[in-house]
Design a protein around this ligand. Structure first.
Ligand code: HEC
Length: 218
């Protein structure tokens, strides 16, 4: 499994298709070693995270990101003055959906940003900060895997970058141009003054080791 983990840790541009290649590559390493993928980590006394589950995590984060982009662009295209309600309907539903994805799959799904709007989304530890920093320095890296940090228990983390689109600037542009509800509600807001293409933050998925997930389900 060492090889599988190492292979998975290699940062890669993330598209669903590319992921399949990466996972197949990881599996191939396991197979070349003469081990069944499922048995690889078990041999080291640990249960593996099923590669199909890893693929699902990537797919779910791609869908989540597309949801936000489509919600933001629907607002942009509207000729009517956005009301308070429509203004709220971009990043809050994304937060709710992220939580639901976590519950449906037995994962922890978070949004993380150093320049956060909601303080719940501040980086939670050294790994969060390190990965954000890496995404900031390497715009070509879309997603990557990391082993769980010691306080998380056994499992893997998947991180996926969030970039700023022109449509985000309605609420994440200059400080003064933020909608009134943002100014009122987020006293400690740091999520403004972005430009298209900037790193906005990341999705962070913690996938617990299979055994733990089964225990939770049972
Ligand atoms: C209609 C206003 C609006 C638009 C447009 C908007 N956002 Fe947000 N964004 C918000 C609000 C409000 C929050 C805080 C939500 C909460 O409390 O969880 C937020 C939070 C976030 C967060 C979570 C981290 C944090 O800072 O709390 C990310 C990531 C994010 N936005 C990215 C984007 C991206 C990327 C776009 C464009 C595709 C975008 N937003 C467009 C209003 C908006």
């Amino acid at each position: 499994m060492r090889h599988v983990v190492v292979t998975l840790r290699v940062a890669w541009r993330c598209t669903a298709r590319r992921l399949t290649g990466v996972l197949l590559g990881a599996l191939l390493v396991g197979l070349l070693l003469g081990l069944q993928p499922a048995a690889v980590q078990a041999a080291a006394g640990e249960a593996p995270v099923d590669p199909a589950v890893l693929a699902r995590a990537v797919d779910q984060m791609e869908q989540l990101d597309r949801l936000r982009i489509s919600l933001a662009s629907s607002l942009e295209g509207s000729s009517e003055e956005p009301t308070m309600d429509t203004m709220r309907e971009v990043c809050m539903p994304v937060g709710k959906r992220a939580m639901a994805i976590g519950l449906e799959n037995g994962w922890t799904v978070r949004q993380v940003a150093s320049r956060y709007r909601n303080p719940d989304h501040a980086p939670a530890g050294a790994q969060d900060t390190g990965v954000i920093d890496l995404f900031a320095r390497h715009p070509e890296i879309t997603g990557l895997w990391e082993p769980a940090s010691p306080d998380q228990g056994a499992g893997v983390n998947y991180y996926r970058r969030i970039d700023v689109q022109p449509s985000c600037l309605a609420c994440h542009g200059s400080k003064d141009s933020r909608p009134a509800f943002v100014k009122e509600r987020y006293a400690d807001d740091r999520a403004f003054d972005f430009r298209p293409g900037d790193l906005r933050g990341m999705y962070a998925v913690f996938i617990p080791e299979l055994q733990e997930a089964l225990q939770q389900a049972g």
